[in-house]
Write a protein that binds this ligand. Structure first.
Ligand code: DX5
Ligand code: ZN
Length: 218
């Protein structure tokens, strides 16, 4: 499978969001990655349901909604109504993870689990066949533009092995500090989806950066 690119709008220009949404629509990107932060699970507050509803009216690609919030189950139906296609929840925020995954899927969305850098992939062995996506955080969540944590490669290998062994269909998504140097190594290790914020929106030519992440061309 050709790998997927999911630009993170956290680093987009929120005073002119339509410009960046249009750019992503016209680019080779595959998903919109939307980071929802509550100021409790992570030390930052971003945006929520009303903003996603507006993004949905312009976006022509699936919305991958990354929930960095406590007790996310309270809002699954609201995110569905706002236009979410994929919802990922943190392992660290879900006491009843199996129930949360089932609830997301019962609303007709794809479900994923996110692991913080310190969380072992072995902990999701019992839900690996239930999830559509496993998102490995390659920075501590909360902010864009942080430095990539090298231990992520080891987790990708381990997770890939688990997915193959269990015949799971889960995609491996990587989020945080992804750039043109580590991107090919991550794909080589077994990643399927690369999230990128700063590498895309912090560059002089975002559309070209998406293309480079997609094809690893110079
Ligand atoms: C961090 C978010 C990321 C962030 C990635 O908590 O989950 O999606 O936007 O930004 P970069 O690619 O700049 O590290
Ligand atoms: Zn994210």
């Amino acid at each position: 499978m050709e790998h997927l690119i999911a630009p993170s709008l956290l680093s987009a220009d929120f005073s002119n969001l339509i410009k960046d949404i249009t750019m992503v629509n016209q680019s080779e990107a595959d998903w919109f990655h939307l980071d929802v932060m509550d100021g409790v699970f992570v030390p930052n507050i971003s945006f929520g349901i009303p903003v996603i509803k507006h993004i949905k009216t312009h976006a022509t690609k699936p919305l991958d909604v990354h929930l960095m919030i406590v007790d996310p189950d309270r809002y699954f139906a609201d995110f569905k109504n706002a236009g979410a296609d994929i919802i990922t929840v943190h392992y660290e925020a879900c006491t009843h993870l199996d129930r949360s995954i089932a609830a997301i899927k019962s609303l007709g969305m794809k479900a994923g689990v996110v692991l913080n850098p310190h969380t072992s992939v072995l902990l999701i062995e019992n839900v690996i066949k239930e999830v559509d996506v496993v998102l490995l955080m390659s920075v501590n969540p909360g902010f864009g533009g942080q430095k990539f944590i090298e231990n992520t490669y080891r987790k990708v290998y381990q997770l890939k092995e688990m997915i193959v062994q269990s015949e799971s269909k889960a995609l491996i998504e990587i989020d945080g500090g992804v750039d043109l140097i580590n991107a090919p190594k991550l794909i080589e290790a077994g990643a399927d989806v690369l999230v990128a914020g700063n590498t895309i929106f912090g560059s002089a030519n975002p559309m070209d950066s998406i293309s480079k992440l997609k094809h690893f061309s110079e």
